[in-house]
Write a protein that binds this ligand. Structure first.
Ligand code: SF4
Length: 399
């Protein structure tokens, strides 16, 4: 059944209550839902209903197309001045010997390791420390661009920007211009956590506020550049905090159109100060992704970050609004594995990633950072798959 038929069947369902029918009708007619309606979806939206709506939007925007990219991550340090309570990754300065602190040359060595690999993006984020300042990052970005001009540099979040600009005594506008001139091309979505101060002050006190996070992205967009957005969900926040967060993003996107993709990030509770907080269930994860897809009508893409949520949930999410599953990654990020994520050694080859998408009936598209199509893998035959001759037929035992 096509997604339009599924929506029509849902709308004809006599058992559907009036409020849910009104929301479904809005989605069908491509109208925006209100904050109250978003909250209602979190409180009462049943999984199948949410999936139908989110999948309808996903298929209208992208059909079966499912994007991935080939990237690698560099985390310059896991030592951090801040003490976010959900963070399993960072080491306090007083225990810095337990962590790592790469020099500029260490980082360039990692970049050079990928010289013969068909990667299109380097993703750089990490802890906040005084030696990683404006000069350090400016030099790093220009060195990477000079070394490999076609490699897209996606790096840092407003958490780092806020710190380095304050330390360097420059305004956000001046600082973001300096980053752009040095070679930074886009910024990832991290550091957003939950914008609402009632929650942010408890889990991420001391680092940039929600308003500052949004301000830095807005300045970046006004420079003609693109970025992503995230939301850390499933800890001590309530549904209305999630709606507040999504609403701030939706309003900023109305003003600039600079966000490419939204990435919900599931809170994990291993080895952090919030280990007593239970993690969300898979059902709640699916609901959260679906509602994000429905609410953020002005975002083109919804991404599931597979190392954090796991391969199987990622496949399920392709029917709950998700059209992007990030990249091949190659075991270079520790941020989520240290927090107890599904993937302890996150690495997937292009073939594995393509098959993960194809196995649920979607069409794998390799993209660059700005969603330019590099290759459609729909009918691509991998050598390893050609060698696979099928399962051995076992003799049938007859009585
Ligand atoms: S989440 Fe980021 S800013 Fe917060 S402690 Fe961890 S590394 Fe530092």
């Amino acid at each position: 059944m096509s997604t339009i038929n599924r929506m029509e069947t849902l709308l004809e369902d006599p058992g559907l209550d009036t409020a849910m029918r009104d929301i479904a009708l809005k989605v069908y007619n491509e109208e925006r839902i209100t904050e109250e309606e978003g909250l209602l979806l979190f409180e009462r939206g049943e999984l199948g209903y949410l999936g139908t709506l989110a999948n309808h939007i996903r298929e209208k925007k992208h059909g079966d197309r499912t994007y991935f990219n080939r990237n690698f991550h560099i985390e310059p340090t896991n030592v951090c001045l801040y003490t976010c309570t959900f963070c399993s990754y960072s080491r306090l300065i007083k225990k810095r010997e337990e962590g790592w602190e790469y020099s500029l040359e260490d980082i360039m060595d990692i970049v050079r390791k990928y010289d013969d690999q068909p990667v299109t993006e380097v993703h750089i984020v990490g802890g906040v420390l005084p030696q990683y300042d404006i000069e350090f990052y400016s030099e790093l970005f220009s060195k990477i661009r000079a070394h490999r001009p076609e490699l897209h540099v996606k790096a840092l979040t407003p958490v780092e920007f806020h710190y380095i600009f304050k330390k360097g005594k420059v305004t956000y506008e001046e600082g973001m211009k300096m980053m752009k001139e040095a070679g930074l091309q886009s910024i990832p979505g991290g550091g957003a956590e939950i914008f609402h101060p009632e929650i942010r002050d408890q889990i991420a006190g001391g680092k940039c506020s929600g308003e500052q996070w949004l301000q830095i992205h807005e300045i970046w967009h006004n420079l003609g550049c693109r970025s992503n957005a995230t939301m850390l969900y499933g800890h001590i926040e309530q549904f209305h905090h999630r709606i507040h967060h999504l609403e701030q993003l939706r309003q900023l996107q109305d003003r600039t159109g600079g966000f490419q993709t939204f990435i919900p990030l599931k809170f994990r509770n291993k080895d952090n100060q919030m280990s007593h907080v239970p993690e969300s269930t898979t059902i709640e994860d699916l609901r959260n992704y679906a509602i994000s897809r429905i609410y953020l009508d002005n975002f083109d893409h919804l991404k599931a970050y597979w190392p954090m949520i796991g391969r199987h949930t990622t496949q399920l999410l392709l029917a709950f609004g998700v059209d992007d599953i990030d990249g091949t990654i190659d075991d270079t990020t520790k941020i989520y594995s240290m927090a107890g994520s599904e993937e302890q050694n996150p690495a997937m080859s292009t073939r594995e990633l393509v098959n993960l998408i194809r196995n649920v009936g979607r069409e794998p598209i390799e993209r660059d950072t700005l969603y330019g199509v590099i290759k459609n893998f729909k009918d691509h035959q991998f050598e390893e798959d050609q060698q696979f001759k099928g399962y051995v037929s076992l003799p049938v035992v007859k009585n």
